[in-house]
Write a new protein. Structure first.
Ligand SMILES: [Zn+2]
Length: 378
């Protein structure tokens, strides 16, 4: 009732209250102010403080909730996932299938459109649609992609190309080489660029378009206008054999992209969590999760120093149907069990940090992520 009292009447009221009544009034006002501040925190609208300039979108390929929990079980220290103030779940089904593949899920995340399995950067009706990366470039942002798989693999392809068939690697690589919106590319898969059926050399095409193209990260100077490291013919080796490529490439990309006054968009993929789970190889999974965890910490450290940065970590789908069981049923041991060599239809976890992060909590659709980012970004 006090909120209906006009200010002058409120002053009059205060002057005529005894001590006990005044204490009651103050306690009511305190509770009201706590309720108001809580409801403001949970309100999913953007304000100036909720408008990030930079966005880092990180995708753990095949990283379901059990994969995130598996890391927690083997880690002595808190994992990077504990650093996120907001989390939620994304619905992953594709336009065509209850169980999505990486192409359709990547496309939903990258373009906001549900599509058929095997298609990248296109609607289910085969209409090419712009990706978040391209739209961010249109807003003056520098853009980057960092992965440990082929550059033309489904997830990066969803952000950089348009094709009805994710397996047309040479066509996808050609589109990537000619993508005007991309500034930084750190990946594998060189064979689709320079060992092609058409005998073309896409690395030369890129050099003609202001790209500096290298074989390894240490060659990057940092002042190139556009810079690519295509570090190997195929996927990069497994973690930990490939060393610190993913965290180091991500750190380098952040350094380069953050020189742009208008901000940047960076997509980072923990690409081989998926490979590990397809192989039902829990040791490989843990090494890939540790590598992704280290990379997330690199990004969160950057975001803490640059508070105009929104960080979202999610997955395209779960792979392997991973469950964590006690084989003896006594709650004393844990053992990783895979129930399939394929994908499974479960929620993809979503973690968000930075301005606007509250928009990504609760249950959302993977195709809503792009729109939510575009709505709040400066
Ligand atoms: Zn995938």
């Amino acid at each position: 009732m006090f909120f209906h009292v006009k200010i002058n009447k409120f002053d009059y009221l205060c002057e005529n209250l005894n001590d006990n009544e005044m204490k009651r009034l103050l306690s009511v006002l305190m509770v009201a102010s706590i309720l108001l501040s809580t409801s403001c925190k949970n309100t999913k609208t953007s304000s100036a403080d909720d408008s990030p300039k930079n966005v880092v979108l990180m995708i753990g390929d095949g990283m379901g909730v059990a994969q995130v929990y598996s890391l927690l079980l083997v880690s002595e220290n808190p994992t990077s996932f504990m650093r996120f103030p907001y989390s939620g779940y994304a619905i992953t089904r594709s336009f065509s299938n209850e169980i999505t593949d990486s192409a359709a899920a990547g496309t939903a995340i990258a373009t906001g459109h549900k599509t058929r399995n095997h298609m990248v950067g296109m609607t289910a009706d085969s209409v090419a649609v712009p990706s978040l990366l391209s739209l961010m470039s249109g807003r003056g942002k520098k853009t980057g992609v960092v992965v440990t798989c082929h550059a033309s693999q489904a997830t990066p392809a969803a952000f950089l190309a348009h094709n009805e068939d994710r397996k047309k690697h040479e066509e996808i690589a050609a589109e990537i080489a000619n993508n005007e919106d991309l500034d930084v590319l750190f990946a594998g898969g060189k064979r689709h660029f320079n060992e092609r059926k058409d005998n073309g050399d896409l690395l030369e095409v890129m050099r003609d378009s202001d790209w500096s193209v290298y074989d390894s990260l240490p060659q990057v100077k940092g002042d190139e206008r556009r810079v690519a490291v295509i570090a190997g013919r195929k996927n990069l080796p497994k973690a930990p054999v490939r060393g610190e490529f993913l965290p180091d490439a991500t750190r380098k990309a952040l350094e380069i992209l953050s020189t742009n006054d208008e901000g940047f968009f960076l997509m980072v993929e923990g690409s081989q969590i998926d490979e590990a789970c397809h192989a039902n190889d829990s040791a490989y999974l843990i090494e890939e999760m540790k590598d992704f965890d280290k990379t997330i910490n690199v990004v969160l450290d950057f975001a803490e120093k640059n508070p105009n940065t929104l960080v979202i970590v999610t997955a395209d789908h779960e792979t392997g149907g991973l469950t964590i069981i006690d084989p003896e049923g006594k709650y004393t041991k844990t053992e990783f069990k895979f129930s399939t060599r394929s994908h499974s239809p479960t929620f993809a976890p979503v973690f968000a940090f930075g301005p606007g992060a509250a928009n990504f909590s609760g249950i959302i659709d993977n195709s809503d992520i792009m729109g939510k980012i575009l709505e709040i970004v400066k």
